[in-house]
Design a protein around this ligand. Structure first.
Ligand code: ADP
Ligand code: MG
Length: 686
């Protein structure tokens, strides 16, 4: 009830106040993309695959690079192979087929000084737009056939301008289309609220958020683009730091039981290992021991590239719990991985007289909760499953779990937790995301390993790849053939894998024992298949990406990845990690379509794989190629908002954000911090 002065008419406030001019209307950023002109259902779907669903997402789609400044030239003056701009009129066009599925569009272009034939690959629909008499502005480079077009404008100069943004695109959406869409979204920049306290902005000389967004999409210079990016990156890093501070504060409340010194069981474990531990493994064990001796629950991240020998360390941690008369649990993100861990661990546990159980969605075991060592999936944190006395939990591939799922494992128990990740995280990123965890790193694999030799071959030469593979099989080695990803569903991927296995049995791998592994097999079938392969009773495993993690067969020395251009870089690196696990020289052969047909980023990914076997280096490269936070692949990581920070370069910015976070009150940017935690809730933790 409003208290009114006598004499004033009682007027109820309007349902909605008339909008003031220039106020923020953040809801406009939430509008779905088909509210933009020219976006229909098909395009909408394709955009969604790039993670672009709302108008605001376009604003956050950071250009992966900018066109360099290039000189404008008359056609008659063209010389060399440097990037230049030319302008002229189309005289005529022609379309022809090249090798494979390649389609080459040629336009004769004249500017009065001379003529040149400009070429486009695989864009036949352009022919219709390039009618004789059309004025074109082309950016590209002269070559011995004429002029290879990199970007072009039919009217205006937005795509060919110096510093024009080049967006991360896909096979289905060109960088040019994205540029057009971002252009259409740019007016909404003003609707993006600026969450940073004004004092902080003033103190650090940061531009307004809207201005920063405008300048990354339409910079007048590279310096301006970088200044804009830094402002946006600062926001992201600040939110992460605030989130870490909150998590750390929560954790400090908990208490765990300290474990006694390593004793007789650990001695027997060490003696049972068929190899000496490396110095990196030993260092990790020392760090573990120190953590376990304390009453604060351990929160340690064990990092190491694929094949570096993390499992040995994980089992050590579990056995430390068993030795104290308590329980150890290992939680893996998929059934295949849980089963694989179980296969690895069960044998040695039996030898040591330690009971070990597997608990997954399909293997529910009542006694599971009683075993000394429990290996499982998220079934471990589901209602109805009870541990006897959990003291140490190892969470494998932890970024695949949501924050919520991870905390469900520890809820009300405060066990010591070792997080393991085989996806190498650049050091700076580790500091950013896991700044609240202590980190142990297995920096080098056992010395007996030889780096895997990787080659990238054309489909046309894939028969040579199989010749190579058969040579390995003839020497008693084993091999993997990875089938392409199929977009539609796991079922169609599985079907394709089975067909491919059938084709290979009759063709290239005739006479060898070929198994086929995919996500549609029943867990028991999968387990049996893995055991057969491990025992050497199968020569080749034709598989989908289910073999990506955890599969460990040192006798497998060669892998062929079909249609490798469809896989992400991190995924390729994980896949490749299935070979090179023994002392033998191993090989990874990446097969793709003709190089001219690949997208720029597919090209970069495959090249990076050939150039490096170092997971950290590749992770940084992946960040560069993808231009942002997609690194950990998962929305669950809470990193999906990390778009502008370039972890490889932003060390200083990161430190500034840490410092700023410490000085700010806890509620600063709370909605953003909540959002970071909140995302994983959709995973349906328990
Ligand atoms: P990760 O889990 O880091 O990918 P694993 O722990 O599965 O790696 O180890 C990969 C392979 O290396 C396994 O076959 C394992 O038995 C072997 N291995 C682990 N540590 C050593 C070591 N110190 N010396 C020799 N081989 C080792
Ligand atoms: Mg492993």
């Amino acid at each position: 009830m409003s208290r009114l002065q006598p004499g004033f008419a009682a007027v109820d406030p309007p349902e909605q106040w008339a909008p003031t001019r220039g106020r923020f209307r953040p809801e406009r950023l939430e509008a779905p993309l088909d509210t933009l002109p020219g976006v229909g259902p098909t395009l909408k779907k394709r955009l969604a695959k790039l993670g672009l669903e709302r108008v605001g997402d376009l604003l956050d789609h950071r250009p992966r690079r900018y066109e360099p400044a290039a000189p404008e030239k008359r056609i008659a003056d063209l010389f060399g192979e440097e990037e230049v701009l030319i302008e002229g009129e189309v005289l005529r066009t022609s379309l022809r087929r090249g090798r494979g599925r390649l389609q080459i569009l040629t336009a004769q272009v004249s500017d009065g000084s001379g003529q040149i034939s400009a070429t486009w690959f695989n864009q036949p629909w352009l022919q219709e737009k390039l009618k004789p008499g059309t004025h074109v502005r082309l950016r590209g480079a002269p070559n011995r056939f004429g002029f290879a077009v990199r970007s072009f404008d039919l009217n205006g100069g937005s795509a060919t301008a110096d510093f024009a943004p080049v967006y991360p695109a896909s096979e289905e959406i060109s960088a040019a289309k994205l540029r057009e869409l971002v252009e259409a979204a740019l007016p909404f920049v003003r609707d993006r609220p600026d969450p940073l306290p004004a004092a902080l902005k003033a103190e650090r000389g940061l531009p307004l958020r809207g201005d920063a967004l405008a300048s990354i999409h339409r910079p007048r210079s590279l310096v301006e683009a970088e200044a804009g990016r830094q402002r946006l990156a600062f926001d992201e890093l600040l939110v992460l730091q605030l989130a870490l501070a909150r998590r750390t504060a929560e954790r400090e409340q908990q208490v765990a039981a300290a474990l006694p010194e390593p004793g007789e069981l650990i001695d027997r474990y060490r003696a049972a290992l068929p190899f000496e531990l490396t110095e990196h493994q030993e260092a990790a064990l020392t760090e573990l021991d120190a953590d376990l001796a304390r009453t604060t629950p351990m929160q340690r991240l064990l990092q190491g590239d694929v094949g570096s020998g993390k499992t040995v360390v994980a089992l050590y941690a579990l056995l430390r719990a068993v030795e104290a008369g308590r329980q150890g649990a290992l939680m893996a993100p998929t059934e295949t991985l849980a089963e694989q861990h179980f296969l690895t661990i069960e044998g040695i546990c039996m030898e040591l007289g330690v009971s070990c159980a597997l608990v997954t969605g399909s293997v529910k075991s009542k006694i599971g909760g009683q075993a000394d060592v429990v290996v499982g999936t998220h079934a471990l944190i589901q209602k109805g499953f009870e541990f006897r006395d959990l003291a140490v939990a190892v969470v494998d591939e932890q970024h695949r779990f949501g924050v919520e799922q991870r905390s469900a494992l520890t809820e009300g128990r405060a066990p010591h937790v070792l997080h393991m990740t085989a996806t190498p995280i650049p050091r700076t990123l580790a500091l950013t995301v896991y700044g609240d965890l202590a980190v142990s790193e297995i920096a080098k694999p056992p010395a007996s390993r030889k780096p895997i030799v990787t080659a990238w071959v054309n489909e046309e030469r894939s028969s040579e790849a199989y010749t190579r593979l058969r040579a390995h099989l003839a020497e008693g080695r084993q091999a993997y053939v990875v089938c392409p990803l199929i977009e539609e569903s796991a079922t169609s991927t599985a079907r394709a894998a089975e067909q491919e296995a059938e084709r290979l049995r009759a063709g290239e791998l005739n006479g060898f024992r070929v198994g086929c592994m995919h996500g549609r097999l029943k867990p028991a079938e999968r387990r049996e298949l893995m055991a057969l392969f491990k025992a050497g009773e199968l020569d080749v495993l034709v598989a989908t990406t289910v073999i990506e993690v955890g599969v460990d067969v040192p006798n497998a020395t060669i892998m062929i990845v079909q249609e490798a251009d469809r896989f992400g870089l991190a995924q390729l690196h994980q896949l490749r990690g299935r070979v090179g696990r023994g002392a033998e020289q191993s090989y990874c052969l990446l097969v793709s379509g003709p190089k001219e047909e690949l997208t720029e980023s597919a090209h970069d990914r495959l090249e990076a794989m050939v150039d490096s076997t170092d997971g950290f280096e590749l992770a940084e490269k992946d960040l560069e190629i993808r231009g942002g936070g997609a690194l950990l692949g998962a929305r669950q990581s809470g990193l999906s908002d990390l778009r502008f920070a370039r972890i490889t370069h932003d060390r200083t910015l990161l430190e500034e954000a840490r410092e700023a976070a410490q000085a700010l009150p806890a509620w600063t940017m709370a909605p953003e911090v909540d959002a970071l935690f909140g995302e994983s809730e959709h995973l349906g933790a328990s």
